[in-house]
Design a protein around this ligand. Sequence first.
Ligand code: ZN
Length: 233
Amino acid sequence: MKRIIVLLFALLITSLSTTYAASESILTTTKDLEESQHHVGEVGYNLLNSNGIEKRMIFIFDGSTKYINAGTSTLSRTIVIYRGLYSFLQDDNELAAVLAHEISHGVDSYDGIFNGFFTNWRYFFTPRKYEYKADKRAVDYMVNAGYDPVAMIVMLNKIGCQHRYDWWFTYPLTSKRLMQVYEYIYTKYPEYLANNKYKNNIYYQNFLLTSRENREKFQEKVKTKSTKKVHYL
Ligand SMILES: [Zn+2]
């Protein structure tokens, strides 16, 4: 009986940590795949090396699906970006924004008891906290590696859908994530907003339009030097 349980557990772990290398490419040519994979690797390793992250992680471009997402396997420390999301990205800064966010989850997977085994549970119970944390840490990683952090706002505004209710999903509302990132850049790296290379970008302009009320709340907080947490819409 004991052996069967051990075997089942081993099977479960193996199936969970299967690498993505076997994914079949149905939507890209081999050349496209190779170029995209190299591009993702180049930006990913630049972020790791420039930030002195001494944890091993690998980056995979998955060309087989139009899934608009990226993810980190905390068991195999593999960061995957899907073709659907990749096709939205217009420069290295935006790709860096996606990868830096995932690297933050990867770094967390090394922390804590049993080599980060319980990180997954923390993520399960308090996913919002870790999303905000990953966004902010990603801004730091981007700046340290020479990328423009405003691209995080551009990228999130472009791909983050806005759910109807905040309590409905485990992820925070995109409008709130955007404001947390904006507030963080404004406070820690204001030079990027003062000399904003994305000011004429349509996605950034759309962020300015749709965040007007939230930014007014934030400006009020700055003006009054209030330390109270602002509740964004
Ligand atoms: Zn995340």
